[in-house]
Design a protein around this ligand. Structure first.
Ligand code: SF4
Ligand code: SF4
Length: 274
């Protein structure tokens, strides 16, 4: 072990390795940004979790729109599990590699809760990848409390590596990506969002968690509607955007469950889960 390479080289090494392992987006945040923005309690700061932390490296992998469109379904559920496994694998391998170069590092797992039932009374994890990703320049926080990225809108799953290596930070994105169209709020099956004068809505996290308990029992967890319908992201260029279809989905299907426009989504929903 030894601090064998300079920090610019270390940054290039981490980005290259992360991309080789499957990360599509990578960003670097100095710990000072947690104090500067002061959006979480100090106990959630990375330096409280690993005292020597100087940099948080955030990695993201995309959620594919046509698979997410079928939610709640086993198709989306399996995709979600795949992204989670991939993220923890990437983070683990990179963390071990940075430790081998002589820098204390850990990763904070992508979810950080044992079961959805834990989130009903306490809907928070010990560390927020969303804030970390914002401070690492990967995106901005939208109405629906998720990170919106230029590449994938909110359809991105995240994991963070905490390291004592001081690595050149990435620029924060200053211009909000969320356009406050409120489509996510209108389509949310639990009406968990309430609009305020702020860009970010008030959110009833308990409503969302209780609904997720039900989805888990039905074997097609999680929900994801508020990231499915968001129009932001370059991934829309590939897969298109049909706001009307999203807005009308619930109403049309309650009247006509075999409506042709939604038959592919309904087909996937009717197999492999309850
Ligand atoms: S759907 Fe609209 S309001 Fe919701 S996060 Fe996306 S841009 Fe913002
Ligand atoms: S995950 Fe589903 S229930 Fe929870 S806030 Fe988003 S749309 Fe609503």
């Amino acid at each position: 072990m030894g601090r064998s390479i300079g920090n610019q080289n270390l940054k290039q090494y981490i980005v290259r390795k992360a991309k080789q392992l499957g990360a599509e987006i990578v960003g670097f945040a100095p710990v000072s940004r947690w104090e500067e923005y002061n959006e979480t309690k100090p106990s959630f700061f990375p330096q409280n979790i690993l005292p020597n932390t100087k940099t948080v490296i955030v990695l993201g992998v995309p959620i594919l729109i046509p698979m997410l469109d079928t939610t709640p379904s086993i198709v989306y559920s399996e995709l979600y599990n795949t992204t989670n496994r991939l993220l923890d694998d990437i983070a683990y391998k990179i963390t071990v590699a940075i430790n081998a170069k002589g820098y204390q590092s850990i990763f904070f797992p992508r979810d950080g809760y044992g079961d959805i039932s834990v989130l009903v009374p306490k809907p928070e994890a010990a560390f927020s990848h969303v804030f970390a990703a914002k401070y690492a320049g990967l995106g901005t926080i939208g109405y629906n409390h998720t990170l919106l990225t230029k590449e994938f809108g909110p359809r991105v799953r995240l994991v963070s590596i905490l390291t004592e290596a001081e690595i050149a930070p990435d620029q924060i994105i200053k211009r909000e990506l969320c356009i406050k169209c409120e489509l996510c709020g209108k389509c949310c099956p639990t009406s968990a969002f309430t609009t305020t004068e702020n860009l970010i809505a008030d959110m009833d996290k308990t409503k969302c968690a209780v609904y997720h308990e039900q989805l888990k029992k039905e074997l097609h967890y999680p929900c994801g509607v508020c990231i499915k319908v968001c129009p932001i992201g370059d991934d829309r260029k590939l897969f298109g955007n049909n706001t009307r279809k999203y807005l009308n989905e619930k109403k049309v299907l309650s009247r006509d469950p075999s409506n042709a426009e939604y038959s592919g989504w309904e087909h996937c929903r009717s197999f492999g889960s309850k």
